[in-house]
Design a protein around this ligand. Structure first.
Ligand code: DAH
Length: 344
């Protein structure tokens, strides 16, 4: 019996060394100490058959071996646990993996800045369809079908039959002025509207992209005159381009304003003295004017009681003319080349 017990101990020790997981340990424990068929359990049952005088000695040995098995298995268990811990060791003090953080596209930045400037003086941003009717893009703006002025807006037409005579064909809006009569039709006066949106024209070169952005301001109220227009434009220019920049209004022609102007801004490179970029000290910025009576009428407003002014400028163009920025091709803004985009 004594040899059997010693043999069992030896065999157990050899098997314990091969253990790799807590599942292995569990089956080892069952094999030796399992209640019904564990080898040590069976040996202990056998001991009952021994002559009485041998019992104490063998009994003691059997108990010692049982203790030995239990303590060996508990050590093995904590070793396994520690190994698991070190495999999954997590050090919360290590610096994290840095994720690349993006930023707003330059055009979005410009739009936010422009919005904030006009909101500051009471303009409210509105939205109108980008897929527009000929009516709002041209007809209601005093440019009837076949009028040659339409040619300036190299329009994308949508290949579909017009749904009715009044609205005409569907177009991609070629300018933000298409929001003017839509705003008037809401029948809420006075109007201080700002429309910043995508616009589309069939043009592509260093200073044109077929999709670009414009911002349009429209004010309709009583007793509105050119000084309101000039003051508003000047306020924007000084906030956006810097306090040293000057503006001038140059007579021009648009069908939807009378009188009409082109707004020039003093050149930021030579401070208005004249240089290679501007030639005579001024850069051409945008269109503006006093809302034409026919446009007010199209919007259901009586031009004898109300008047207004409007202006519509390119977002990209303004952004590119901002002091200190040297972007010579508008298409760079839309190439998604991070080497360019990350500079701004
Ligand atoms: N819509 C014109 C364009 O795209 C710009 C413009 C000129 C807008 C005069 C206006 C305006 O509101 O009054 O070229």
């Amino acid at each position: 019996m004594k040899e059997k017990l010693e043999g069992l101990k030896k065999e157990f020790s050899q098997e314990l060394e091969k253990i790799k997981s807590s599942a292995d340990l569990e089956s080892l424990s069952n094999k030796y100490l399992g209640r019904k068929n564990g080898s040590l359990t069976l040996l202990m049952k056998e001991m009952k058959e021994l002559p009485k005088e041998k019992m104490p000695l063998v009994g003691k040995l059997a108990n010692e071996i049982k203790e030995f098995l239990l303590s060996q298995m508990s050590t093995a268990k904590s070793k396994l646990e520690n190994k698991n811990k070190s495999d999954n060791f997590f050090d919360p003090t290590l610096p994290g993996t840095e994720q690349p953080v993006g930023h707003l596209h330059m055009v979005s930045q410009a739009i936010r800045e422009i919005s904030a400037i006009f909101e500051h003086i009471g303009f409210q941003r509105e939205r109108y369809p980008e897929v527009e009717w000929d009516y709002y893009g041209f007809e209601a703006l005093n440019m009837p079908q076949g009028h040659p002025a339409r040619d300036e807006w190299e329009t994308f037409f949508i290949d579909r039959e017009p749904i009715n005579k009044k609205f005409g064909q569907r177009i991609l809006t070629p300018h933000t002025s298409s929001g003017q009569v839509r705003e008037m039709e809401k029948n809420i006066l006075p109007i201080r509207m700002m429309n910043i949106s995508k616009t589309y024209r069939r043009q592509i070169d260093a200073s044109h992209s077929p999709m670009f952005h414009q911002f349009e301001g429209l004010v309709v109220d009583q007793d509105i005159n050119i000084t309101h227009l000039k003051g508003t434009v000047e306020y924007f220019v000084k906030r956006f381009f810097g306090p040293d920049r000057e503006i001038r209004l140059r007579p021009h022609h648009f069908q939807f304003t009378e009188p009409s102007f082109e707004v020039d801004i003093s050149c930021g490179v030579c401070d208005g003295k004249g240089c290679k970029l501007c030639k005579e000290g001024w850069l051409e910025l945008a269109g503006a004017g006093m809302v034409h009576p026919n446009v007010l009428k199209a919007g259901g407003i009586d031009p004898k009681v109300y008047g207004g002014f409007a202006f519509g400028w390119g977002v990209e163009r303004c952004y590119m003319m901002k002091s200190g920025l040297n972007i010579d091709d508008i298409r760079l803004l839309y190439k998604n080349d991070l080497r360019v985009i990350n500079q701004f």
